[in-house]
Design a protein around this ligand. Structure first.
Ligand SMILES: Cc1cc2nc3c(=O)[nH]c(=O)nc-3n(C[C@H](O)[C@H](O)[C@H](O)COP(=O)(O)OP(=O)(O)OC[C@H]3O[C@@H](n4cnc5c(N)ncnc54)[C@H](O)[C@@H]3O)c2cc1C
Length: 531
C-alpha cells in the first residue's frame, strides 16, 4: 500500500497528468498496475470499494490449469493456465503452494482412460511428471470419507492453492513501493473525452467517508479492469454489453466435520457438474456453482438457499460417512465470474478466455481468470502502447523475492512460510512492530493476531470489513464472522485507527450487516427478514 501516506496526502497527488489510469483494484487491475509501474509508466490505480472486494476475494483459491476445461476442449486456456501455475509457484513462493487433487473414477474402463488421458495432458503441458494412480485401497487411505460405492480408483494430480485477496494486496503494496499510486474507495464516475472524442481521463469521487469530494484526472491512457462491472463504463461510450456475470458460490465448512488432506474433484450426483472440496486455512471449502446472476450488480452477491441445498446434497452423496448438517457451515461466499458472453445455453460451457477491447481509447481487459493475470496484464498494456508512443521496460519480478528464513526468527518455519507468502518483504517490518504475544494464531487458525494492528496501521484499511474479510480472512474462517472477538480486535487495532467511539459502533454495525447478508451460513434468510 502507499503505507506511509494518509488518504488526504494521496488524494492531493491525484491532480496531475498520468501515463495511465487503471480502473478496478481486483487481480486484473493489480496485475496491470504491477506491470505498468515496473515498465516505467506513471500509473494511478482506482478502486471503487476495497482492493479485491469484487470477484478477486471470492474465487475457489486455486491457481490452476482448469482440468475441467479439457473436457470442453479449451486446450489453449488450460495450456496457458498450467504454464502460469508453474511460474507462480516459483514467483510467489509460499503465497501459491502446491495442492494435490484426487480425481476418482468409476469401474468402467472408458472413464478410467478419460481421467488418465486428462492427467497425462495436464502434466505434459506443465511439463512436469507428477500424477500418480491410486488403487481402491490407496484411495480409501488418502480419502477415507469418500463414498466407496462404484469407485474403482483415482488419479492424484497437482494444482496450486493461494489466498486470492492477499495476492492482490501484495501486488498493489509492492507496486506502490516502486512509485505507483493506488487508492481504494474512489469511484471512477465518468469517462472524460478529448475534443477528438478519445477517452483521456476520468471524473472520480471519494467514497471513503473522508469527504474528499470529486476530481477530474487526466491520463494518456485509461484501462478498464472492472471485472463483472466492465460494461458499466463501456456503456458510457455507447457500447453493447459483452459480459455475462456468472455467480459461483462456496461453503466454508468445519474441517472437523469434513476433514480432507487433499482436494478432491467429483461430479454432482444430480447433474454431473464438477465440484471441488478443498482444504484451505484449516477449513474445507466446497464449491462451486455456476449460474446466471439476475440480481443488481450494486448488491454484494450471496449464496442462495437453493445453492446451499444443492451443495449439501453433493457433499452427502460424495462423503456419506460425514455428519455434515447446516450447522457444519461456518460461512458462505459468492462471486461473479466476468465471463465474455458467447452463445452457450449452459453457463459452464461458456469460454473462460480473456478479451481485450480498444473503444475510443478506452482499453478494456476482462474475462480470463486469476491464474493468468500476468498474461492479461501484458495483453492490456500492448493495447495502450500506440497511445503512449514508448515501449515498456522489461519486468524484473512480478513479486519481490521473499526474505530468507533464519534460525533466530521469532517464528517457527511453518508460521514464517505462512506470513512471508502473504507479506513478502514487509514481513520483517511486521515482526519488528509486533508484540511477541501477538505472534500467536487466532483461535488455532493460521492468521496471527499481529496481522490485525499491522494492517490497521499500514494496510489502507477504511472499514472493519476490509480488515476482517480481506487483509485477514478471519471473518470467513471464524464462526459468526468472529463477532465474539470484536472487543479484542478493537483493543488491538484502536491505536492504529483514527476512529471515534461512534465510528467504531458504525463499523461494527456495518460489518455485521455485510457478514449476515453475504457471508453468513444463510444469507438469504437475513435478506428476507429485511424485506
Ligand atoms: C466462484 C468463482 C471461483 C473462481 N475460482 C477461480 C480460481 O480458483 N482460480 C482462478 O484463477 N480464477 C478463479 N475465478 C476467476 C477469478 O476469480 C476472476 O476471473 C478474477 O478474480 C476477476 O478479477 P477482476 O480483477 O477482473 O475483477 P474483480 O475482482 O471483480 O475486480 C474488479 C474491481 O473493479 C471495481 N470497480 C468496478 N467499477 C468501478 C469503477 N467505476 N471505479 C473504480 N472501481 C470499480 C470493483 O469494485 C472491483 O473491485 C473464480 C471466479 C469465481 C466467481
Amino acid at each position: 500500500m502507499n503505507q506511509h501516506q494518509s488518504r488526504q496526502q494521496l488524494w492531493s497527488l491525484l491532480d496531475q497528468e498520468w501515463d495511465l489510469i487503471i480502473i478496478g483494484g481486483g487481480i486484473t487491475g493489480a496485475g496491470v498496475f504491477r506491470r505498468a509501474v515496473s515498465g516505467g509508466l506513471k500509473t494511478l490505480l482506482l478502486e471503487a470499494a476495497d482492493f479485491s472486494s469484487g470477484t478477486s476475494s471470492k474465487s475457489s483459491k486455486l491457481v490452476h490449469g482448469g482440468f475441467r476445461y479439457l473436457r470442453s476442449g479449451q486446450y489453449d486456456v488450460t495450456f496457458e493456465s498450467v504454464r502460469q501455475r508453474e511460474k507462480l509457484l516459483k514467483q510467489a513462493e509460499n503465497l501459491v503452494t502446491p495442492l494435490g487433487f484426487v480425481l476418482p473414477y468409476k469401474a468402467s474402463n472408458k472413464q478410467r482412460r478419460m481421467v488418465h488421458t486428462g492427467v497425462l495432458i495436464y502434466d505434459l503441458m506443465a511439463p512436469k511428471w507428477q500424477h500418480k494412480h491410486l488403487d481402491r485401497t490407496q484411495l480409501s487411505k488418502i480419502m477415507p470419507l469418500l463414498s466407496p460405492q462404484g469407485m474403482a480408483g483415482a488419479y492424484l494430480y497437482y494444482d496450486a492453492l493461494l489466498d486470492d485477496s492477499r495476492m492482490v494486496l501484495r501486488l498493489i503494496q509492492e507496486t506502490c513501493e516502486d512509485g505507483g499510486v493506488a487508492l481504494n474507495y474512489v469511484h471512477a464516475e465518468t469517462l472524460l473525452k478529448s475534443k477528438e472524442g478519445r477517452v483521456c481521463g476520468v471524473a472520480l469521487a471519494d467514497r471513503s467517508g473522508s469527504q474528499l469530494g470529486t476530481l477530474e484526472v487526466k491520463a494518456r491512457a485509461v484501462i478498464n479492469a472492472t471485472g463483472p462491472w466492465t460494461d458499466c463504463l463501456r456503456r458510457q461510450l455507447g457500447q453493447q454489453a459483452r459480459i455475462r456475470p456468472l455467480r459461483g458460490s462456496h461453503l466454508i465448512l468445519s474441517s472437523t466435520d469434513l476433514p480432507i488432506s487433499h482436494a478432491v474433484t467429483l461430479m454432482h450426483p444430480k447433474d454431473g457438474r464438477a465440484m471441488f472440496a478443498i482444504p484451505w486455512e484449516k477449513r474445507t471449502i466446497f464449491g462451486t456453482t455456476d449460474l446466471d446472476h439476475p440480481f443488481p450488480l450494486e448488491q454484494e452477491p450471496f449464496c442462495t438457499n437453493q445453492e446451499i441445498d444443492y451443495m449439501l446434497e453433493a457433499i452427502r452423496a460424495i462423503f456419506p460417512e460425514t455428519k455434515i448438517t447446516d450447522a457444519s457451515i461456518i460461512s458462505t461466499f459468492a462471486g461473479l465470474r466476468p465471463i465474455v458472453r458467447g452463445d452457450a445455453n449452459n453457463p459452464s460451457a461458456e469460454s473462460r478466455a480473456h478479451l481485450v477491447l480498444d473503444e475510443d481509447g478506452l482499453v478494456t481487459i476482462t474475462g480470463g481468470k486469476l491464474t493468468i493475470f500476468e498474461i492479461m496484464a501484458e495483453d492490456a498494456l500492448k493495447a495502450i502502447l500506440p497511445q503512449l508512443g514508448k515501449p515498456l521496460k522489461p519486468i524484473q519480478h512480478w513479486f519481490k523475492p521473499n526474505p530468507v528464513y533464519s534460525s533466530d526468527s521469532p517464528l517457527s518455519r511453518e508460521r514464517f512460510d505462512y506470513l512471508v507468502g502473504r507479506y513478502g518483504q514487509a514481513l520483517p517490518d511486521l515482526l519488528n512492530t509486533s508484540r511477541p504475544q501477538d505472534l500467536q494464531n487466532v483461535e488455532g487458525l493460521n492468521p496471527h493476531w499481529a496481522e490485525l494492528p499491522y494492517n490497521a496501521r499500514y494496510g489502507m484499511v477504511e472499514h472493519l470489513d476490509d480488515l476482517l474479510l480481506r487483509r485477514t480472512r478471519l471473518g470467513m474462517l471464524l464462526q459468526d464472522g468472529g463477532l465474539n472477538l470484536l472487543e479484542e480486535v478493537k483493543q488491538l487495532t484502536q491505536p492504529a485507527l483514527p476512529w471515534t467511539e461512534e465510528k467504531w459502533q458504525f463499523e461494527i454495525t456495518r460489518y455485521q450487516d455485510i457478514y449476515q447478508k453475504a457471508y453468513s451460513p444463510n444469507p438469504e434468510n437475513y435478506l428476507k427478514q429485511e424485506k
